[in-house]
Write a protein that binds this ligand. Structure first.
Ligand code: SF4
Ligand code: SF4
Ligand code: SF4
Length: 486
């Protein structure tokens, strides 16, 4: 059996424990290998078909009560299945046990206003453009989350959040002071970079901000959607920032690129350009039909075009041309390697309304901001209620499991895909979101096959290298290289 040895941090199996194999689905990988994938979480392992048959038989006989007389071979199997998150012990499993420790991601939509006028802006709405977030609500929410959790990721978003730098300062200083008793806050900001000055850069550096910098390419053509209200060019702004704050940006920022037909072909070269500039990461975000995106529908990339681009990037990673982190690749590897995916869109159910919460510029709590729809609106006054109210998301997952996704082997990784995309594209939540569905099928099958058959495991190794270079707290060798035993 190929084993996935995740961190061994929780609960050994003890004598008398009642054990059950969790519901799971199978993905045929070829050459007698299958991936066994938990139906309701991201547990998985790769094994031989014959070995799987033995496991099935063992667990189908009767309820298994753990006892040392089971023998070393069976005990080792049981421990492995527990580590893979494929086993239930006394009604719980590993994924459930570690869940409460996930930091909450609180996104603050500081303003609906922006000094850019991007033709695809998913966030734009006439209702929000003149609004600024309520500081009292932000403070109340931060205190509530810190009280209930070990830590949080606080993301400043917009519109352009740095139009209100003094507000950001006030929130950061408040949060940093509130985070006593070993609570930890990571600060992040998504910005177009146009408001940077020495004071802002010094402040962001002081509080160890992670910065997402928006740019769509290395030419004016590829940035054609990103117009600036003052008439300046967003590329010129970017180049000026590199010149003046290059050291800070290389250390702290990654580039976020909205993918459309305008920059699809150029993206591999853009990645190499960012790599030469010294950036550590780039994230691809396909243009969506939310907000103003509805007006540029002809520039949407199809799932097939996106997968073709990903294939080119993967080949560049394998041939070691790319060493910068393409986060849109690494997030998939990460969701296999980590027991509970750290990327909230890769969890099942996704993080919307659970460990992901946002306050929009008009003061509403929302479970997700990728598409402004009442579906994602939460009770607006009571934070106690807000964090519990995602029953619609959970209902959808259950529905998708038994209907449109009933035959999909990777349901445990996916949970029925992105609800926001489903509503934006199809108008209904309980439908397949075509883009995320096709991309997930492509990626997970590719990665599981690489895991099963390619000794070098180039994409797992790439993830390990990138994680190491970006976050010294991560020990990637523990995560991947030791994952295959037997
Ligand atoms: S920079 Fe961002 S918030 Fe501003 S218009 Fe462009 S997409 Fe919208
Ligand atoms: S609804 Fe979609 S975009 Fe929102 S958190 Fe879930 S997967 Fe992510
Ligand atoms: S949305 Fe697609 S990939 Fe996800 S579980 Fe359903 S069928 Fe599978």
């Amino acid at each position: 059996m190929n084993e996935v040895s995740r961190e061994k941090f929780v609960g050994n199996i003890c004598v008398g424990d009642k054990l059950n194999l969790l519901p799971h689905r199978l993905l045929q990988l070829g050459q007698n290998k299958i991936a066994v994938i938990s139906e309701n979480n991201s547990g998985w392992c790769v094994t031989d078909i014959d070995n799987y048959a033995h496991i099935k038989e063992f667990f189908s006989q009767q309820e298994i009560i753990f006892d040392e007389s089971l023998g070393n071979k069976k005990i080792s199997l049981i421990n492995s299945l527990w580590d893979f998150n494929l086993l239930e012990k006394n009604g719980t499993h590993l994924g459930k046990i570690i869940q409460p420790f996930t930091p909450v991601l609180l996104v603050l939509k500081i303003t609906g206003n922006c000094n850019f006028n991007c033709s695809y802006c998913y966030d734009y709405s006439e209702n929000r453009v003149s609004k600024t977030i309520s500081i009292d609500k932000v403070k109340e929410t931060i205190l509530f989350i810190l009280l209930k959790n070990r830590g949080m990721n606080l993301v400043f978003h917009g519109g352009e959040p740095l139009l209100h730098f003094s507000l950001i300062k006030e929130i950061v200083e408040f949060a940093a002071e509130a985070a006593t008793n070993k609570k930890h806050i990571n600060f992040l900001i998504q910005t177009n970079g146009s408001m940077f000055n020495k004071e802002i850069i010094t402040f962001l550096d002081k509080y160890n901000f992670g910065v997402g910098l928006s740019l769509d390419g290395m030419s004016e053509t590829t940035n054609a959607h990103r117009t600036v209200k003052s008439g300046a060019s967003c590329l010129e702004i970017f180049n000026k920032n590199i010149k003046e704050y290059g050291d800070f940006l290389r250390r702290r920022s990654g580039v976020v690129c909205t993918l459309s037909k305008r920059n699809l072909e150029d993206f591999p070269n853009f990645t190499l350009w960012l790599q030469d500039l010294g950036f550590r990461g780039v994230t691809l975000s396909p243009l969506s039909i939310a907000g103003k995106g509805i007006n540029v529908i002809n520039d949407l990339v199809s799932p097939e075009e996106y997968i073709k681009l990903l294939t080119i990037l993967i080949n560049m990673v394998k041939s070691k041309k790319i060493h910068i982190s393409v986060d849109s690749i690494n997030k998939f590897v990460s969701s296999l390697v980590q027991l509970r995916p750290s990327d909230l869109c890769h969890a099942n159910p996704c993080g919307a309304g659970d460990n992901f919460l946002l306050i929009d510029a008009t003061g509403n709590y929302r479970t997700c901001d990728c598409f402004y729809h009442d579906y994602f609106l939460l009770d607006n006054n009571d934070i106690n209620l807000a964090l519990d109210k995602r029953s619609k998301i959970l209902d959808r997952v259950e529905h998708m499991k038994n209907h449109d996704c009933s035959n999909c082997a990777i349901f445990g990784f996916c949970g029925g895909g992105c609800t926001s995309e489903a509503i934006a594209r199809n108008g209904i939540d309980k439908t397949i979101p075509e883009l995320s569905c096709k991309v997930k099928k492509f990626f997970y099958e590719l990665l599981l096959k690489e895991f099963a058959f390619d000794k070098e495991r180039p994409l797992f190794a790439y993830y390990a290298r990138c994680s190491k270079s970006r976050d010294p707290r991560v020990k990637p060798e523990d995560d991947t290289q030791e994952r295959a035993r037997g």
